[in-house]
Design a binder for this molecule. Structure first.
Ligand code: NI
Length: 172
């Protein structure tokens, strides 16, 4: 396993549309192991493969509390089957938009079909933070970031600040 570097906005690679995984094999699992290690190290609760520069439909997640046993989740080629009309608002953040947190409204529940770590088909009914997190991560597979749900003014302000921070970091 290895910790990979996380791409941050406004890097154009985050806008790429990820491709489905054709076969879930040891290479796929090695990538998921790296993603999980990278996510724990950050630390974060979810990571899509594109965030480490791999345009594949893979997501890893762990919503367990700090003092609880780890509960890693792996989603390969996820598809939303259904969402409810009811919405929920969470303050979202993203490892690719570091240090910024904003409220986003999304469907409160969703059911998602995906392949697990072993390549087996699964269906999950999600609500609460899990539902939000799945939708946030699945957005990454389409090149969408949570800041896209904010007003243009807010989004541009965040991107401008991120760019400036990156310039300063590069100059150090
Ligand atoms: Ni994210």
């Amino acid at each position: 396993m290895a910790i990979r570097s996380i791409i941050t906005a406004p890097d154009h690679r985050l806008r790429e549309v990820s491709k489905p995984v054709e076969t879930v094999d040891d290479g796929t699992r090695a990538l998921m192991d790296d993603m999980l290690e990278t996510m724990y190290d950050a630390p974060g609760i979810g990571l899509a493969a594109i965030q480490i520069g791999e345009p594949l439909q893979i997501i890893v997640m762990d919503l367990a509390g700090k003092d609880d046993e780890p509960e890693p989740r792996y989603f390969i080629n996820p598809v939303i089957l259904d969402v409810v009309e009811e919405t929920a608002v969470y303050e979202e953040g993203c490892l690719s938009v570091p240090e910024y947190f904003e409220e986003v409204e999304r469907p409160a529940k969703c059911s998602v079909e995906y392949l697990d770590y072993d390549g087996k088909k699964q269906i999950l009914e999600a609500d609460g933070l899990l539902a939000t997190c799945i939708q946030h991560e699945m957005d990454h597979l389409e090149g969408t970031l949570f800041i896209d749900y904010l007003s243009r003014l807010k989004r541009e302000r965040i991107l401008k600040k991120l760019k400036k921070e990156q310039r300063l970091a590069a100059a150090e």
